[in-house]
Design a protein around this ligand. Structure first.
Ligand code: CTP
Ligand code: MG
Length: 231
């Protein structure tokens, strides 16, 4: 099976703060994007034919040069991202080769430390015939639905809830069909599939696949990396 990897990396990282877009922020001396690319390359090995990275407009050339040493013989395409995450994924998807690819992984640059096993589980599930696959972890907080007024609407049973990570894996046909329909406020790609009635399968995710979102996440990332380098 041949895979392509799409990495939305065009966000500004407003919750993280700082001058640099989030994907270019460094942990252990390397950018989150470099960490993400290296992890995906290691996990997908022989199957991977193409990386498409969506980056802040104007940074395409610099990012292409930065990533070149990490992609080996895998094709690297860098495209300008859009205003929202789905726009960036769609821009990337437009240049993913159509022929010969039977799995597309979509992975947030901000989840730079996703373990190899999680990526493998996603790819294996697509290989086994799933149209859409997401890695998940149990939620630890109680989650409530809240009305715009601030009033609690209800509390879904925690045992039925999971937090969803990336990479999410798709058959190219399912992902292209999902992105052909514009959905406002889509926070992941599986959600677009769900709206079309495409079955989304879950596999076990990992706490290490957390999304670098707020400043304290950088501290966690530094600690995780230091621990891995010792192992
Ligand atoms: N992303 C993107 N294009 C956008 C917005 C987000 O490619 N217009 C990417 C981010 O670069 C990130 C992933 O989508 O890798 C997940 O988004 P998020 O964690 O929300 O990142 P940001 O949007 O950059 O952060 P914030 O929402 O705090 O501004
Ligand atoms: Mg965002």
């Amino acid at each position: 099976m041949s895979s392509a990897v799409v990495i939305p990396a065009a966000g500004l990282g407003l919750r993280l703060g700082g001058e640099t877009p989030k994907a270019f922020r460094e942990v252990g001396g390397e950018s989150l994007l470099v960490h993400a690319v290296r992890g995906l390359k290691a996990a997908t090995a022989a199957d991977l034919v193409c990386f498409v990275i969506a980056v802040p407009p104007g940074t395409e050339e610099a990012v292409g040069k930065e990533l070149e040493p990490y992609v080996g013989d895998v094709q690297l395409l860098v495209v300008p991202g859009g205003a929202e995450r789905p726009d960036s994924v769609r821009a990337a998807l437009e240049v993913v080769p159509v022929d010969g690819i039977d799995c597309i992984l979509v992975h947030d640059a901000a989840r730079a430390f996703v373990p190899v096993e999680v990526i493998e589980r996603v790819v294996d599930a697509v290989r086994a015939g799933a149209q859409a696959v997401v890695p998940v972890v149990p939620v630890t907080d109680t989650i409530k639905r809240v009305a715009p007024s601030g009033e609690v609407v209800d509390t879904p049973a925690r045992s039925t809830l999971v937090a969803v990570q990336t990479p999410q894996g798709f058959s190219p046909e399912a992902l292209r069909r999902a992105h052909a329909v514009e959905v406002l406020g889509a926070t992941d790609d599986a959600m677009l599939c769900e709206r079309l009635g495409i079955t989304v399968m879950t596999v076990e995710g990992s706490a290490d696949a957390f999304k670098v979102t707020r400043p304290q996440d950088l501290l966690l990332a530094e600690a995780l990396l230091a621990e891995r380098r010792l192992a």
